[in-house]
Design a binder for this molecule. Structure first.
Ligand code: UPG
Ligand code: MN
Length: 775
């Protein structure tokens, strides 16, 4: 089948239902299934529990309101009102979380049936986009590994094209790819012949110290890889590619001439270089190879480049001009393939036999999964709720998470029934590519569509392509596509399809998530907010699912209130929660334990080796985020909205400092740098510890009948139990923080400056409490 007929086929526009069997050609009595899905059994338990829990929340809100109306003093009104506010936020977040729990869907694919339904030669073309933006934070060798791992997919190579977007405009990244193109000629046949599963060389050599079979070819290829890596790393160290490294490669020589002295990262013309051409290049065994294209879009300081979304849109256009495959895979530079069969798995959905379903399919999202995570996953880097638990619960399919996602190109051009035509037809999904990727006209056209003023007065970023306006372009794009009516699929095979790396210091972790919260709020408080526009377009459940993320940062409001207010009251011996003998006490216990056990069950049921210890660390990180990146993310968003600051896309570092790696592997918290975010964290830790000690003192005194002026001592003690439990829970969670503040002396400890400021702030709070008590 020709490429153009594929676009029609996938769009389901020109072909009617009856054309499909003709196209699938093999006339078996009934086509075997390509995929199946079923509702998880857990829904049967989750739904009634949701109902009960909803009533419990209403009861609590009633309790607060009644107390507020009966309250006689300003201070008690203030306390009750704070709890009411906190619990309203929690209730809202609970409702959004429930939207993921009512329809949890499990899916299976049958790639083994694929060739019974569609001939291999009829497989669609696939364009892979890999983004990188900074050779020092994202080492080019890592990017090359990602590219090689997908070039070696089990897929007809002539149908595969890999495009690398280099927003760093780095000659070293370019050089790394020029070298990778040479290495690929050996690597691809090596993988094929030895049926290798880890097709990123770095992963392969790390896990296979010796090959099972032909060890001579193993040694040769390893030496070859290492020589490439050394060259690239040396270049990085020198900040330039030494001439003798490429003097024997005429093409690379010519291409590198484009990096003139005037060429800077923020200011340079487009560079588009075809490093492998499927029509021309063959591997050492004479097999054809996928296309490999290096793209660094034009940059100019007077234009906004829209970060990754801008880079992806440039690739959408460049690839349209060069190959225009109907399927696009987007990958971050560190997300390499971990399973050569992934593309076939995705095809099980792309080739869905039902044309009605097929014509609405927007993308197939694989979860972000990681390797190199330490045993207990101390920073909750796996993000199970975000990447594994929630996506399978979204009724119309998962949101887009930026990487590991197969798009149907058509979905980037307007709603299913109403395509939006691009300003020039050659960048549209229907364009028929004629000529080779290296032809002069094609290259000229590709250069033109990657200039920085190209998008002026067009629909790119608003109605077409990846959407602009949020630092989390992935969330926002998926959201807008689903609002347009595109359905999506979550594909979560047992063996991870892709593996990435996680940040290994708390500073990096929190900064990354602060960027996310700023980006999410940009959507949450825009005219496309999920709470209004989203619910209108997608219905209540899907709208709430998107609200969960958009208002993620507001979690910091209840967390801050509950980690300070009851504790400060406890310090002064004032009871703010119900006594043990009151029925409301049981309600509090039910709400708390119910929420945490439900979270635990979600976590463990998400499989892939989830442990209770990981869950414990995960729930700790939720509180940590509430007090740090969510809180500061809200402030930063407010500043950004008021025009006080401009927060950009701060790229997460993918390099590893040896000492930090060691600490991470040992599971020791590494704060990594001085940051105001750690001050709130340190302060809360100290306040809880001292309040707990003081509170236990009050409790003992009241229980023993000393020091209480109320007559009924036992009752006074009872009134403090919930506060003591809460402070105890926070203290248990803060253990690594005390360790980092007071006991450790290594470089990863909490900086002394931060500890000092936290202590000062905590004592200010305690002093204020004491003064207000004696007034
Ligand atoms: O101007 C830019 C900035 C970033 N990137 C690329 O975007 C990707 C993601 O950047 P990273 O620093 O790794 O951000 P993370 O927070 O780790 O990424 C998550 O969050 C991003 C949105 O904030 C999504 O784009 C990602 O897919 C998602 O994994 C990387 O490949 C970068 O090279 C660009 O191409 N151009
Ligand atoms: Mn990343």
């Amino acid at each position: 089948m020709r490429l153009s007929s594929w676009t029609y086929f996938l769009r389901g526009l020109k072909y009617s239902k009856y054309d499909f069997p003709r196209m699938v050609s093999r006339s078996e009595p009934a086509n075997p299934p390509l995929s199946s899905s079923k509702l998880f059994l857990r829904a049967a338990a989750y739904r009634p529990f949701a109902l009960i829990y909803a009533f419990a929340i209403l009861a609590l809100l009633y309790h607060h309101t009644r107390r507020l109306l009966l309250s006689t003093s300003t201070s008690s009104s203030f306390v009750i009102l704070s709890f009411l506010v906190a619990d309203l936020f929690l209730a809202f977040m609970w409702a959004t979380t429930e939207s993921f729990r009512l329809f949890p869907l499990g899916r299976r694919e049958y790639p083994e049936n694929l060739e019974k339904v569609i001939r291999r030669e009829d497989f669609p073309g696939v364009d892979v986009f890999i983004c990188t933006a900074d050779p020092y934070k994202e080492p080019p060798v890592g990017v090359v590994n990602t590219a090689l791992s997908v070039m070696a997919y089990d897929y007809p190579p002539e149908k595969l094209s890999v495009y690398v977007s280099d927003d760093g405009g780095s000659e070293i990244t370019f050089f790394a790819f020029a070298e990778a193109a040479k290495f690929a000629r050996h690597w691809l046949p090596f993988c094929r012949e030895n049926k290798i599963v880890e097709r990123s060389p770095e992963d392969y050599f790390a896990s296979n110290q010796d090959s099972g079979g032909d060890s001579r070819s193993y040694q040769t290829i390893k030496t070859m890889y290492e020589s490439m890596r050394t060259k690239v790393e040396n270049s990085l160290q020198r900040g330039k590619v030494p001439e003798d490294y490429y003097s024997d490669n005429e093409e690379a020589c010519k291409a590198l001439d484009q990096w003139t002295p005037a060429f800077t990262r923020q200011d340079h013309p487009s560079v588009i270089e075809v490093l492998l051409d499927k029509d021309r290049d063959q591997d050492i065994t004479g097999f054809s190879m996928p296309n490999l294209v290096y793209v660094s879009r034009e940059k100019n300081k007077s234009f906004h480049h829209h970060f990754k979304a801008g880079a992806l849109n440039a690739l959408v256009r460049v690839s349209a001009v060069m190959t225009n495959a109907p399927v696009i895979l987007t990958l971050d530079c560190d997300m390499r393939s971990n399973d050569p069969g992934t593309l076939l798995r995705a095809l099980c959905y792309v080739c869905e036999p039902d044309p009605d379903v097929r014509s609405k399919l927007g993308y197939i999202q694989f979860p972000q999964r990681y390797d190199g995570i330490n045993e207990g996953d101390i920073y909750a880097g796996e993000f199970r709720r975000l990447f594994q638990i929630n996506p399978m619960g979204m009724k119309d399919g998962p949101s887009y998470v930026g990487t590991g996602c197969f798009f149907l190109r058509r979905c980037l051009f307007g709603p299913p029934g109403a395509p939006v035509m691009p300003e020039i037809p050659v960048v549209g999904p229907d364009h028929m590519v004629v000529g080779s990727v290296r032809s002069k006209e094609v290259l000229a056209s590709a250069t033109r569509v990657s200039t920085c003023n190209y998008e002026e007065n067009t629909n790119w970023g608003s109605k077409m392509g990846f959407r602009y306006g949020s630092l989390v372009e992935d969330y926002y794009t998926g959201y807008r596509l689903q609002c347009e009516g595109w359905q999506t699929v979550f594909c979560n095979p047992e063996r991870a399809a892709f593996l990435g790396g996680v940040p290994i210091t708390l500073f990096d972790v929190l900064n990354q998530q602060k960027r996310w919260t700023v980006g999410l709020q940009e959507v949450g408080y825009s005219k496309y907010s999920p709470i209004t526009f989203g619910i209108r377009c997608m219905g209540l459940l899907m709208g709430l699912s998107y609200c969960f993320y958009a208002f993620w940062a507001t979690w910091s409001v209840p967390v801050t209130i509950y980690s300070l207010l009851p504790q400060l009251a406890l310090f002064s011996g004032v009871s703010v929660f119900p006594k043990v003998s009151e029925p409301w006490f049981a309600l509090y216990i039910f709400l708390f334990v119910g929420a945490y056990l439900h979270d635990l069950s979600d976590f463990i049921l998400s499989g892939h080796g989830a442990t209770v210890r990981q869950w414990w660390n995960d729930q700790r990180m939720w509180s940590v985020r509430g007090l740090t990146c969510f809180l500061f993310g809200m402030v930063e968003f407010a500043c950004k909205s008021l025009g006080i600051s401009t927060q950009g896309f701060n790229i997460t570092s993918k390099t590893q400092d040896e000492e930090q790696s060691k600490r991470y592997d040992q599971g020791i918290f590494d704060f990594g740098a001085v940051s105001p975010m750690f001050v709130t964290l340190g302060m809360v830790a100290v306040v809880n510890l001292i309040s707990l000690a003081q509170g236990l003192g009050h409790y003992a005194a009241a229980a023993l009948g000393k020091g209480s002026s109320t007559g009924d001592h036992a009752e006074a003690a009872e009134g403090l139990v919930l506060q003591i439990l809460l402070a105890g829970f926070v203290v248990a969670n803060c253990w690594p923080i005390y360790d980092a503040m007071f006991l450790r002396s290594d470089k990863g400890r909490l900086p002394v400056k931060v500890t000092a400021v936290s202590l000062v702030l905590a004592s200010v709070l305690f002093t204020a409490c004491t003064i207000s008590r004696y007034n």
